[in-house]
Design a protein around this ligand. Structure first.
Ligand code: NI
Length: 255
């Protein structure tokens, strides 16, 4: 069994064929799905999808959606299929050009990130953390806020040695389609350094589609390419990687 720990199935890009997408995944052994919170407007759709036994969701405000922050969104956390807080985190990849606006945006991102870590601790749920071009600041905040108390997954495309330290603080690493890219040198180097009991598999579907499907819409079925590539890099079998990452997901998210 494979668990796709990060797929945006609430995206309108699946409106027409969600049943087919899920069926295709299940046929290939991808048997559980976690929908992270990103845009609060999609939350109702995520909750609706979680009526299926194999779908879970998280509630969170992605760094691109900090303007939509409200405490009320988190009322949905009491739902029995809500298993985490996030995506939350820092993204310095897309910042305003104007210096003042840039500083203000970073300050707001940090504030919304800290608030979600505190909520996760209060609600005793693990975190789904989005980090892009902000490893140092994100690590600092996670450690300062004592996020290890709940732990979570680092959903990171630019795998960074800086973040490895967080493996000792109850954080897991979500490995996705980037590992299959021809230019994924950094992630390929870092992957063997991550403790095996801290590895998870994810797609970030509909984004970041793995090779050989780059350019197409991503879907949970494509975790199979990620597992295949991880197995090759780690010198393990496909079944070993599926088994290890599934056990890790079950443990972290208490599925
Ligand atoms: Ni995502």
């Amino acid at each position: 069994m494979i668990i796709d720990t990060h797929c945006h199935l609430d995206s309108s890009r699946y409106d027409k064929d969600i049943d087919k997408v899920l069926e295709g995944a299940v046929t290939k052994g991808v048997e559980k799905f976690i929908i992270p919170g990103a845009d609060p407007r999609d939350l109702d759709r995520a909750i609706e999808l979680s009526e299926r036994d194999d779908i879970y969701f998280a509630v969170g405000v992605h760094p691109y959606h900090i303007d939509d922050w409200s405490r009320e969104i988190f009322d949905k956390v009491s739902h029995k299929k809500c298993i985490a807080i996030g995506e939350c985190g820092l993204d310095y990849f897309r910042l305003p050009e104007d210096e003042t606006e840039k500083e203000q945006n970073i300050a707001e991102q940090k504030d919304v990130f800290r608030k979600q870590i505190r909520l996760a601790k209060e609600l005793k749920k693990p975190l789904i953390v989005h980090i892009r071009d902000a490893s140092e600041d994100a690590k600092k905040i996670l450690l300062e806020e004592g996020a290890d108390e709940v732990g979570g997954v680092l959903h990171c495309y630019n795998a960074d040695r800086t973040l490895l330290e967080l493996a000792d603080h109850n954080f897991y690493f979500g490995i996705g389609g980037v590992v299959t890219f021809k230019n994924a040198r950094r992630l390929v180097e870092v992957l063997p350094l991550i403790p095996k009991d801290k590895l998870l598999v994810e797609t970030d579907a509909p984004y970041l589609t793995p090779h050989p499907h780059r350019g197409e819409r991503n879907e949970p079925l494509f975790t199979t390419f990620v597992v295949e590539k991880m197995a090759k890099i780690l010198n393990l079998s496909y079944d070993d990687v599926s088994k290890i990452t599934t056990e890790n997901s079950l443990k972290l998210f208490k599925l």
